[in-house]
Structure formats: C-alpha cells, structure tokens
Design a protein around this ligand. Structure first.
Ligand code: CU
Length: 319
C-alpha cells in the first residue's frame, strides 16, 4: 500500500488505487527499459557500423530467430498490458451492489453532494471501508470529477449522468480537482473559475459518517438561522462572487440588498424582497441586474427551501 506519495503518484486512499499504480509503474518501467535498450543499441550500431575506408557494405541478410523474437515478444507484452488494463477498467466500472449512492452535481465553480436521505454537503464525506457509488452530473458546462488519491477521473456532462465508484480504505482527506477547463473570469483572477474548483473528500469512520447523515441539514447546535445562512454563504460558494461589505465582485454585493430597489439590465425596477431573492437563486437568468453578466449558476436542486430561507435571513442582517 502506498502510504507515502511517490514522485509520480499521490498517496493511495482507495481500494483499487494499488492496482492502478501497479499497471502504471509496469508500463513506466517497461518504457524506461525499452527506451534505454533501443537507444543504446542504436548508438552501438551507429558507431560499430560506421563506414570504414576500403570496406564495402554488404547486405546482412535475414536472421530468422531474431526477427521472430522481436515480432512475437511484443505481441505477448501488449496482450498482457491489454489484459491488466481491461481487468482494471472492469473493476472500476462494476459498482458493488451494496454501494451507498451519492449524487454529485458540478457547477461553475464547485461541487454539491447529496446523500440518500437528502442531506447535502460541499465537501464529499465518505465512510471508511464502504463502497460509494457516485452519480455525477453537471448543472452548466463540462466539468470532471478528478480525485487523484482515489485514482478516479470522470467527466460530468450537462444532460447525462456519469457514474463511478470508490471504496476509501484509509482515513484522511483526498483532493477533488476539476479536470475539464470550465471557464473563469479571466485575467489575474484566482478566486473564481476552473482553477478554483477545488474540493475535498473527507474519509470518516462509518460511525461518524452515520452521525453526519443523521444531523442532516440545518443549523448546528447553538447556531441561529442567520448564522446558518452565513455558513451557507461560504459553503455554497456564494462568497466567490458576492461580498457582504459593499465591494463589487463578479456579482453585486449583498450589503443592503434586502429591501432595496434593483435596476435590471432592461431598466425594469424590482424590489429585492423574499420572492426576488428566491428567484435570483433558482433562476438567475430570469432577471439580470444592470451592470452584471449572466454568469450566476442556478442553485436549483442544490439549495433546499429551508437553506434559501436561511440565506435570506442572513441577507436581512447585512444592513
Ligand atoms: Cu469545472
């Protein structure tokens, strides 16, 4: 088991990572041996076969055994590589029947994970030693679910589901990267966009995972509803585009938003009340605030009604 990262591979945290690494290093070392061998032979023959004055080159003729050897040996090597690759591919494609199903929704620029009982999280929680089936989709453009420590990479395509699975076999944290260029604000901006679409998988003991599911979505103990809204503001990535102190980002600041009259790009004026804010979150393209682009992703299916309520109650505190 790879407990420490190597120069080429990060720590392995999933059940099939070891097989992936074995095949990877087999191909890597095979390439090294062939490269060195072929280059050395080429150099040797270039020198030993150099034209000598007074010696006329003659055709060498055939060497049956040598020629059969270099034809037949690669057939076996390639057939073996195909076999290990195919076997690994099947292992990764065939989800164990008892797997826990987790929905993963990608959006510009983040992830939302939903568990069988309706609980959502931004960070993927995974129980140790239990197979997890990921049912992935995208709310907007192409993204990819790339977890190097699990050796998983799966594209998410708008309009279709993609599935994959893993079984975390060690406690710890794995990174989620988006491996599909999915846009960004451009020039010098490192806070939003493809390069900031970074997530985490938290691998927890099965008992902690069950506790996480039970506690569900809602304010934590001792947390008020506006505080919960504030936490959602950070957790759901609203903070990537909206400030709460009046600074204009990719989107308008939330400071003083509630109860204000907003001017839209078609000059209509709308009062920022509960319904306006709800619509802005679920159907952001319905009305575009003047001076901004239509870049806000829809949070349909990501935010539940009570979460939207909590965000609104947080906005009300931002006078
Ligand atoms: Cu992406």
């Amino acid at each position: 088991m790879n407990d420490t990262p190597s120069s080429q591979m990060p720590v392995a945290l999933s059940a099939y990572a070891e097989d992936v690494d074995k095949v990877y290093y087999l191909i890597f070392w095979l390439s090294v041996v062939l490269f060195v061998g072929i280059m050395a032979a080429a150099a040797y023959f270039a020198i030993s076969g150099k034209r000598k004055p007074g010696v006329r080159a003659e055709p060498t003729g055939h060497h049956m055994i040598l020629e059969l050897g270099w034809t037949v040996a690669p057939v076996f090597i390639l057939a073996y590589l195909f076999w290990v690759g195919w076997k690994g591919y099947l292992d990764m494609s065939m989800v164990p029947p008892n797997a826990l199903e987790v929905r993963g929704r990608a959006f510009q620029w983040g992830w939302d994970f939903e568990y069988p009982n309706g609980v959502h999280s931004k960070e993927l929680k995974a129980p140790l030693g239990k197979p997890v089936k990921m049912i992935l989709s995208s709310n907007d453009v192409l993204h990819a679910f790339f977890v190097p420590q699990f050796r998983i990479k799966r594209d998410t395509v708008p309009g279709i589901y993609a599935t994959t699975w893993f079984e975390a076999n060690k406690l710890g944290e794995a990174d989620i990267f988006c491996a599909e260029y999915c846009g960004g604000k451009g020039e010098g901006d490192t806070a939003t966009g493809h390069w900031a679409m970074i997530g985490k998988v938290k691998i927890m003991p099965a008992a902690d995972f069950d506790k996480f599911l039970k506690e569900g979505n809602g304010p934590k103990e001792g947390e008020t509803v506006p505080d919960w809204g504030k936490r959602l503001y950070a957790d759901k990535n609203c903070a990537g585009c909206h400030s709460t102190d009046g600074a204009v980002g990719a989107g308008p600041s939330w400071k003083g938003l509630f109860g204000r009259t907003e001017v839209m790009s078609d000059e209509t004026k709308l009062l920022a009340d509960e319904n306006y804010i709800r619509e802005s979150i679920l159907e952001p393209q319905a009305h575009i605030v003047k001076g901004f682009g239509p870049v806000m992703p829809s949070y349909k299916g990501i935010l539940q009604d009570k979460e939207i309520d909590a965000i609104i109650s947080y906005m009300k505190t931002l006078k």
